[in-house]
Design a protein around this ligand. Structure first.
Ligand code: PEP
Ligand code: MG
Length: 570
C-alpha cells in the first residue's frame, strides 16, 4: 500500500488500531429496572476510576494546573443531583441507562450553556466530556489512551486529532498511519515535531489491518507492508540502521553556521506548537523559533487559556531560547483546527471562512488577552508578534490598532514589555502576496506560509487526499509569488522568512537561497539537513537557478530541473 510519507524514519512494529465506532443511542424498554440501575452504577464507578487514573498521571507529568480539569470531571460524577435524576428516569420511564443518560445530560448541558456566565458555560463542556466517557462505558466502547501504552505500537487510524497527537508517548509510539490528511495537515506537522515517522492519506488502511499485524514502512517514501515476508523485514532493518547512521552524521553540523559557500548567512529556525517541543529544537540546534503556533495552547480544554497561563508559556519559550528570536503567531483557529468552546459555526468552506485573524478581530476580548500575554512575556526574550491569514491592509491596521490599545493599557498599569517588539504578518493568502509591496511599508517582517499559500493559489484543499497530487509546491505560480514577496520585502529593507513546509524542502531550499530568503522555519528534525544543503551551495549560483525555475511552465519541469542541477547528497 502507498500513502504520502510525511515524517521520516523507518518503522517495524505491531499495529494498534484507533477504532472509530459511531455512537448510536437507541431508546429501549427495560423490564428489570433494578439491574439497569446497577449496570449504570458499575459504568459510573469505572468511569470514576479511569478519570482518577488520568488525574494522577497528568498531575505527575504535567502539574496541578493541567490536572484540575479532571478533578472537575470527578466532581460531576459525584454530584448527586444529575445522577439521581438519571436513576429516576430509568425507573420511572422504564428505559435503558444510555437513553436516560442522554436525556438528562442534554438537559443539564442546555441549562448551563444558556447561562450568561463563562464559568457555567465551561461546566456544560465538562458535562459533555464526562457523559461521553460514561456513555462509552455503557456501550462497551474502549478508547485507546496513547499516553498509557504498555508496548511499542504503530498507530493506524482514520485520522488523529490534535488532542490524540498531544497525548502520544514518543517512547511507545513507533510511528503512525492515517487514512486522511496531506503533508501539511496538522497530524503530519505534529508527527515531524514529535520526530515520529508517519504516513498519511492511505485509503482504507484502518479497515484493512488488524490489531497486532506486523507493519513495516519508511516515513519518507510512503510505502507500507502489512505482515511482509522475512526478506522485507530484513531489508527495512538495514534501512533503519542506515537511517540512524545518517542522523549521526547530521549531528556533526550542530554548532556550525548556516552559511552558503559565498558567505551568505541565513537563519534556520523551528516551528513549534507548545513549549514541550523546545527539547527537539535545542537538540537540532534551531537558531530561533520562526513560528510558534499558539493555537495549541487553546486546544484540549473547555475554555480559552487565561492571560497568566499564556504569559507563562510564552515566557518559558522566550527564556529557554535565550536571546534568539521567537515569533509568536496569534491565534489561528478555524479551518482544520476546531475549538469547541468558541462555538465556531460549521461552514461549507472552513478554509475560506471564519478563521484566524478574522476570529480575533471579531472576538476582541480573546485577542486582547493573548496580546497582553505576549507583550508581558516580551520583557524576557526576543519575542516578535505575527498575525496569520491577513488578506487586506485594513485587517493589518485593525490588528495593529488593537495591539496599540493593549500597549497603552500596559503603560497605564506600569507593566514592562519590549517597546521595540517587531510586528509581522504571514503571507499565506495570494491577495497579501500580490500587494506585499504595500504591506512591506506597514510591518517589520513577513513570513511566507506556503501550506496555505499553495492551497489558496491553486485552489487545492490541503486536507483533501483525493486531490493531493494537485497540491504541488513546485507549481511555478507559487514560486513566482514567493519571489515577488521576497523582492517586495527587501525593497523596504524588511526581512522575510518562510514557515510553511516548503522552507524545509531539500529541493526547494536552494531555490529559496537564490531568491534571497532570510529566514527558514521548519520542523526541528529538518534543520540539520537544511544546514548541510546550505553550506554546500553558493547564493550566486542559486540566483541563476531561481531565475530559471520561475520561467519553466510546469511543476514537473521545475522539479526535474532542480534535481538535474543540484546535487542533494548532503
Ligand atoms: C502555513 O499556512 O504555511 C502555515 C505555516 O500555517 P499553518 O500550517 O499553521 O496553517
Ligand atoms: Mg496557515
Amino acid at each position: 500500500m502507498k500513502g504520502i510519507g510525511v515524517s521520516p524514519g523507518i518503522v517495524i512494529g505491531k499495529v494498534l488500531l484507533k477504532e472509530e465506532k459511531k455512537i448510536i443511542i437507541e431508546k429501549k424498554d427495560i423490564i428489570n429496572c433494578e439491574d439497569e440501575v446497577k449496570r449504570y452504577k458499575v459504568a459510573m464507578e469505572n468511569s470514576k476510576s479511569e478519570i482518577q487514573d488520568i488525574y494522577n498521571n497528568v498531575l505527575k507529568s504535567m502539574g496541578e494546573k493541567e490536572a484540575t480539569i479532571f478533578e472537575a470531571h470527578l466532581m460531576i460524577l459525584e454530584d448527586p443531583e444529575m445522577l439521581q435524576q438519571i436513576e429516576k428516569k430509568i425507573q420511572d420511564d422504564k428505559v435503558n441507562a444510555e437513553w436516560a443518560l442522554k436525556e438528562i445530560s442534554e438537559m443539564f448541558i442546555a441549562m448551563f450553556d444558556a447561562m450568561d456566565n463563562e464559568y457555567m458555560k465551561e461546566r456544560a463542556a465538562d458535562i459533555k466530556d464526562v457523559t461521553a466517557r460514561l456513555m462509552k462505558k455503557l456501550l462497551n466502547i474502549e478508547d485507546v489512551n496513547f499516553s498509557q501504552l504498555a508496548n511499542e505500537v504503530v498507530i493506524v487510524a482514520r485520522d488523529l486529532t490534535p488532542s490524540d497527537t498531544s497525548q502520544i508517548d514518543k517512547k511507545k509510539v513507533l510511528g503512525f498511519i492515517t487514512e486522511i490528511g496531506g503533508r501539511t495537515s496538522h497530524s503530519a506537522i505534529m508527527a515531524r515535531t514529535l520526530e515520529i515517522p508517519a504516513i498519511v492519506a492511505v485509503k482504507d488502511i484502518a479497515s484493512i489491518v488488524k490489531n497486532g499485524d506486523l507493519i513495516v514502512f519508511d516515513g519518507e517514501e510512503g510505502l507500507i507492508y502489512i505482515n511482509p515476508e522475512e526478506k522485507i523485514v530484513k531489508l527495512y532493518e538495514e534501512k533503519k540502521e542506515e537511517y540512524n547512521r545518517y542522523q549521526k552524521e547530521l549531528d556533526l553540523l550542530i554548532g556550525k553556521e548556516s552559511i552558503t559557500t559565498d558567505g551568505i548567512k541565513v537563519e534556520l529556525s523551528a516551528n513549534i506548537g507548545t513549549p514541550k517541543d523546545l527539547e527537539s529544537v535545542l537538540n537540532n540546534d534551531g537558531e530561533g523559533i520562526g513560528l510558534y503556533r499558539s493555537e495549541f495552547l487553546y486546544m484540549d480544554r473547555t475554555s480559552a487559556p487565561t492571560e497568566q497561563e499564556q504569559y507563562e508559556a510564552y515566557k518559558e519559550v522566550a527564556q529557554k531560547m535565550k536571546n534568539k528570536p521567537v515569533v509568536i503567531r496569534t491565534l489561528d483557529v478555524g479551518g482544520d483546527k476546531e475549538l469547541d468552546y468558541l462555538n465556531l459555526p460549521s461552514e461549507m468552506n472552513p478554509f475560506l471562512g471564519y478563521r484566524a485573524i478574522r476570529v480575533c478581530l471579531d472576538k476582541v476580548d480573546i485577542f486582547k488577552t493573548q496580546l497582553r500575554a505576549i507583550l508581558r512575556a516580551s520583557a524576557y526574550g526576543n519575542i516578535k508578534i505575527m498575525f496569520p491569514m491577513i488578506s487586506s491592509i485594513e485587517e493589518l491596521r485593525a490588528a495593529k490598532a488593537i495591539l496599540e490599545e493593549v500597549k497603552n493599557d500596559l503603560h497605564k498599569e506600569n507593566i514592562a514589555f519590549n517597546e521595540k517588539l517587531e510586528v509581522g504578518i504571514m503571507i499565506e493568502i495570494p491577495a497579501a502576496a500580490i500587494i506585499s509591496d504595500l504591506f512591506a511599508r506597514e510591518v517589520d517582517f513577513f513570513s511566507i506560509g506556503t501550506n496555505d499559500l499553495i492551497q489558496y493559489t491553486t485552489a487545492v484543499d490541503r486536507m483533501n487526499e483525493k486531490i493531493s497530487h494537485l497540491y504541488n509546491p513546485f507549481h511555478p505560480a507559487l514560486l513566482r509569488l514567493v519571489k515577488m514577496v521576497i523582492d517586495n520585502a527587501h525593497k523596504e529593507n524588511k526581512w522575510v522568512g518562510m514557515c510553511g513546509e516548503v522552507a524545509g524542502d531539500p529541493k526547494l531550499i536552494p531555490v529559496l537561497i537564490g531568491m534571497g530568503l532570510d529566514e527558514f522555519s521548519m520542523s526541528p528534525i529538518s534543520i540539520l539537513k537544511a544546514r548541510g544543503i546550505i553550506r554546500n551551495i553558493s547564493q550566486e549560483k542559486m540566483r541563476d537557478l531561481a531565475q530559471q525555475v520561475v520561467n519553466l511552465p510546469t511543476a514537473t519541469e521545475v522539479e526535474k530541473f532542480i534535481e538535474k542541477n543540484i546535487n542533494l547528497k548532503n
